[in-house]
Design a protein around this ligand. Sequence first.
Ligand code: TXA
Ligand code: MG
Length: 324
Amino acid sequence: MPFTYICAMIGKDLQYAKEQLVAGELVAIPTETVYGLAANALSSAAATKIFAAKNRPSFDPLIVHTNSWQRVSQWVQEIPDTAHRLAAQFMPGPLTLLLPKNDSIPDIVTAGLPQVGIRLPSHPMTQSLLAMLEFPVAAPSANPFGYISPTRAQHVEDQLGDKVSYILDGGACQVGVESTILAFENHQVIVLRKGGTPVEAIEAVIGPVVIKAHSSSNPQAPGMLKSHYAPKVPFLLGDLKKLVTQHRGKKIGILAFSDGLEDGSIAFQEILSPQGLLAEAAQGLFAAMRQLDQMDLDVIIAEFVPEEGLGRAINDRLRRAAAH
Ligand code: TXA
Ligand code: MG
């Protein structure tokens, strides 16, 4: 039915999504963090399509997704005890663990690195899809390289609609920022990216971790590249009032945490959480950034949120947007 196929570019058909993935095609999938651009992780030909669709450099490795922790041992060499404890506590959920890969994972997936990022997304629709598949899927965020991650099916359609076979619509992402990425080195746990699982929650389970999430020169995780998640409009970060005064006369958009500004010179204002809730702010962050980026503004002015819990991931994304 070619006609329905064209109209069903976005839909909830798990069987169709499965068929496309089995055929080596790209399918956008909802996760609790952001939408992913998925392909068979055991096929280099399929994984290659991801890099082409995103215009992503081949040195930037992909995270591999599956539905159950039991399956992971098929694709990695050994699993440290700490990883088992973290998995028991936080998976499925917004956490990625770097583990030594075995030969089943093609080198292109890990960009030649010996470790593979493993993640178990908790979104029910994607859980079902992954359970239907005999292979795991490699999936970066479903945005063109360097742009803001998508948290709605429509965001994917807007930017990559002509490059994917199907977009599985799972609604708005509940967490809204990408997974926290952890590596295991010399009996230490290293945070390579702050994300949807707060560092405080991780430390409560396994004790102190080392945070290395800010590198601009030699990115071990290129998601660590400073300029990432960047809107096209100049994005400034700091004290809202001061910055608005400095930019008076321009068409200004505001990205505020809980309180907006009463100022006639502001063209558009996004308030992330009027109640001051970090989870709500994270959930709406990328959609708000996209919205502002489409308003034909001269400048976007944003402020930090409290540096705790999910706020640390939010501030990290704001800093990267501003680093552009
Ligand atoms: O929440 C998420 O993690 C989302 C959803 C779709 O699962 N995925 C995501 O993927 O954010 P991506 O590719 O946009 O960001 C993953 C980051 C990349 O910047 C990559 O450098 C890092 O994870 N990464 C992946 N595998 C790695 C590896 N083997 N070694 C070091 N860094 C790795
Ligand atoms: Mg990304």
